[in-house]
Design a protein. Structure first.
Length: 252
C-alpha cells in the first residue's frame, strides 16, 4: 500500500486500504514538524470516519459523520497527534445510522489513552498500521456492516433487478446522503485538488464535468468555502483538510 506524506498538514501521512470497508487511513504525528497554520478549512466530505486525537494530554475518540458544508477549525498554531479511519461508501455501523451523523459527531462517553467505548462496548484504540484488524473485529462482532450495491452504484455501475427507488433508499440508508449530494461533494473535492495543483479553472471545468466557470465557482463556495484563486494561491496561515480521490462517479 502506498503511503503518502503531504505538506498541507504538518506531520500528516495517509494511505489507501485494501479493505472493502475502509477508504483511507491517516495519522498526524504528535507535534508535527513544528508550528501549524492558524486555521484549517474542513471541506465537505461524503464519507464518515472514526477519529482519535490528543489535546492537552487527553485522548478523545469520535465517530464523525459526512459533512455537507465547509467549516473553519482554529488550529492555535500547533497540532496534536491524531489518527483516523475513513470508511468507504456503503459501510456503516449497524446501530448508529449515518443519517443521524451528517454534519455532526458522536464522542466516546469514556476514553483512556488506550481504549474507548463504541456502542456500549470497550475497544482498544487502533493504530495506523493495524486499522484493518480493528475493522475486521467490528465486522465479526456484527457492529460494522456493508451494502456492496452502494459502492457499485456510486462508481457508475447500473444494478440489475433493483429499482431506482430501492437504490435511492439503500444509498441514503448507508451513507446518510443522496446520490446527487455525494456526487456534488466528490466533484467539488476533485476540483479543489486540481486547482491546488495549479490547473486553470477553465481546464478544471471540463476535467470534472461542470457546465461552466460560474458553476465551478458556486460549487467551490458551497462545498469548499474558497474561490478558485484562493485555492491556486493559498494563504500561508491556512490549510485544507485531507483531500483524496475516491471511486465515486462525479460527472453529471
Amino acid at each position: 500500500m502506498a503511503h503518502v506524506s503531504t505538506g498541507d498538514i504538518p506531520g500528516l501521512e495517509h494511505r489507501p486500504s485494501d479493505s472493502p470497508y475502509v477508504e483511507r487511513v491517516y495519522r498526524v504525528e504528535e507535534g508535527g514538524d513544528g508550528a501549524a497554520p492558524e486555521r484549517m478549512v474542513s471541506v465537505a466530505n461524503s464519507n464518515w470516519e472514526l477519529i482519535a486525537w490528543t489535546a492537552d494530554g487527553a485522548t478523545n475518540v469520535s465517530v464523525r459523520g459526512p459533512e455537507t458544508r465547509p467549516t473553519v477549525v482554529p488550529m492555535g498554531g500547533r497540532m496534536d497527534g491524531a489518527f483516523g479511519v475513513i470508511f468507504r461508501h456503503g459501510a456503516h455501523l449497524r446501530n448508529l445510522p449515518v443519517s443521524g451523523l451528517v454534519d455532526t459527531a458522536v464522542r466516546s462517553p469514556r476514553t483512556t489513552a488506550r481504549t474507548f467505548v463504541l456502542e456500549g462496548d470497550e475497544w482498544e484504540i487502533p493504530a495506523y498500521g493495524n486499522a484493518e484488524t480493528f475493522v475486521d473485529r467490528l465486522v465479526r462482532a456484527g457492529l460494522l456492516v456493508r451494502d456492496p450495491l452502494v459502492a457499485d452504484v456510486l462508481a457508475g455501475d447500473t444494478p440489475l433487478l433493483v429499482t431506482p427507488r430501492s437504490v435511492q433508499r439503500r444509498v441514503a440508508a448507508a451513507t446518510g446522503l443522496t446520490q446527487g449530494a455525494i456526487r456534488q461533494i466528490e466533484r467539488a473535492r476533485q476540483a479543489a485538488m486540481l486547482l491546488r495543483e495549479g490547473r486553470a479553472a477553465a481546464d478544471v471545468v471540463h476535467l470534472v464535468g461542470y457546465h461552466d466557470q460560474p458553476h465551478l465557482a458556486r460549487s467551490m463556495a458551497r462545498f469548499v468555502g474558497r474561490k478558485a484563486t484562493q485555492l491556486q494561491k493559498p494563504a500561508p496561515d491556512e490549510m485544507l483538510s485531507l483531500l483524496y480521490k475516491t471511486d465515486a462517479e462525479v460527472k453529471p
